[in-house]
Write a protein that binds this ligand. Structure first.
Ligand SMILES: [Zn+2]
Length: 135
């Protein structure tokens, strides 16, 4: 209840997928990698912020995760070319599919984190909400 529970600065809050308003509550109820699918909290367990601001709000995050996937794919293709110099298209296809599947939970999580932290108008960090509840 001491170090962990204090509000984080922007980057740690994003990395740990904390609530964008209080930076204390977890956005997700499950770990990023597990055999169960990721479950997002409906509302912040600390400040009560409802994450899905309107019905279908997270459709936008699908566009973000698509952009993340494209960026990762291009990076991978360049990396494969630099590292192996291969001209065999199957090397690219197989590596990109395997790493794309591995990165899918990461993209799912951080597309939503980026949407709420950076791309939602009117949603900002409120330090006054990050204090202890009984304080
Ligand atoms: Zn919160």
């Amino acid at each position: 209840m001491e170090e962990q529970e204090r509000a984080l600065t922007m980057w740690p809050a994003i990395i740990h997928a904390k609530c964008p308003r209080c930076r204390r509550g977890n956005m997700f109820d499950t770990p990023m990698y597990s055999f169960k699918s990721q479950v997002m909290n409906k509302a912040c367990p600390h400040c009560g912020l409802v994450y899905e601001r309107e019905p279908g709000y997270f459709y936008v995050s699908m566009l973000i995760s698509y952009a993340m996937f494209v960026a990762e794919m291009i990076t991978l293709a360049v990396a494969i070319h630099v590292l192996t110099g291969s001209n065999n298209p199957w090397v690219y296809v197989i590596v990109i599919i395997v790493i794309g599947v591995i990165l899918a939970p990461f993209n799912f999580r951080y597309s939503r984190v980026m949407l709420l932290h950076w791309l939602t108008p009117g949603l900002h960090y409120h330090p006054e909400l990050s204090g202890d509840k009984d304080a």
